[in-house]
Design a protein around this ligand. Sequence first.
Ligand code: G6Q
Length: 544
Amino acid sequence: MKIRINQMEEWAALVRHSETMRSVHMRDLFGKDPQRAGRFSQEACGLFLDYSKNRITEETFALLLELGAAVNLTEQIQAMFSGERINVTENRPVLHVALRNRSNRPVVVDGEDVMPAVNAVLERMRAFAAAVRDGSWRGFTGKRIRNVVNIGIGGSDLGPYMACEALKAYSSRELLVRFVSNVDATHFYEQTRDLDPAETLFIVASKTFTTQETMTNAQTARSWLLDALKDEAAVASHFAAVSTNAEAVQAFGINHENMFEFWDWVGGRYSMCSAIGLPIMISIGPDNFDSMLDGFHAMDLHFLESPLQNNMPVILALLGVWYNNFMGAETHAILPYDQYLHRFAAHLQQVDMESNGKSTGRDGGRTAWQTGTVIWGEPGTNGQHAFFQLMHQGTRLIPADFIGFSRSLNALGDHHDKLMANFFAQTEALAFGKLREEVEAEGTAAELVAHKTFAGNRPTNTIMAEELTPYVLGALMALYEHKIFVQGAVWNVYSFDQWGVQLGKVLAGRILNEFAAGEEKDIAVAHDPSTAQLINRYRQQRRK
Ligand code: G6Q
């Protein structure tokens, strides 16, 4: 699409408006308008979003919606759901929504409805997960499987790892589910050192089945197993694969019956509802997995069907655009007040930054505007004792999403009330700060008053749900997936490719060959002086 968004009238209007908004304080916005909280709130799919603590007025919101309309947001959303090849640089449709299409409405790719294949794989996953969980799937020596180790990286690791942690309260405590991703042998070693190979099932998860890290870890796992069980035939009972590449899976020696397929129209970072979710299903069981898919699907429908002004992913996305492009923010914090969500920000970081970390627009030209936001975060209250200082009193503007639940899954004493008291206190303090007069009234020494004053006016969204259930996790994840889609649509970048990741895969392979074969003088020619110096130093030291 040939658009330069910064040349649009809607963009210019936002630039002008942002100039007037820079000096506006949320304290005044709330002071003037008691209805503000109610008006800037939205409920959908078990989630309640309060976005009133943002540096916006009705006018800001209207202008943002106009920008959304100007980039044909509604049409772009429909294009994704209808299977158009919107991943242009890879010439693929983008259909993670089909993976959780609980309505079974046909989704047609190249003249064929993909839903029967999606459902068939889900059925096979259910049978496999049930067999592992009830013990009917046995290891080679006849022992029951007690440990499931997922070997994958990036999109084949972060989503399922996040979800297994998030839904641990729903998991079978008989089964230990672990994740090995890093090619650093320490990861494999530490995740398997206390496991009995005869009780361990590996799931090798790789869309391409060629990723260096995953293939290395899978080979190591194979040797680890065979060292103990001493029979090649054991591989069949201890390995399953999730991939789009049946040939490579077979070449590795994994039986076709133990392979779970997905498709090139599922992006790695959007794949947790595909067979990549197999460790989640084994951990929490097929029924809970289904509820997670229900939550995803509910949010998919909300996104597809709601008008832009009531559309939760659209609202979050446009607020992000507001801060990123008009108010000078560079990062966005994700702060779940729930320990089970301790990998949530890490997963979102990938989904968001790999999707919208692009500087080439869809027209092939360089974007003249900021695109992907830096996403980061940790659970509260831990973050409060770490980086919140900068959020409260630093020089940078850091918008944040606070995510919390009305009921804890582990109701112990008054822990949850204390957790949530912090949750509410933080967004209140960030928005309203602490005035100089208030600090003085506390009898603060004159030279400390400035240090103890908080300017406030720091924006936050609050997302609340009753309880962290599989359904709610699904809705929450889909909310962010679609938020990212909307931002990519506004910034006019292709959100579903990742050429930067591909580059890394190629470069490391070249250097690896040089460790063994390269002559010092060749390395000097092949690399810049800094890299050559470092590689040669490494080669010398590892020989010692
Ligand atoms: C995700 C990215 C990337 C990918 C990994 C693993 O969207 O493409 O993170 O998931 O590089 O790739 P494989 O699944 O092919 O091993």
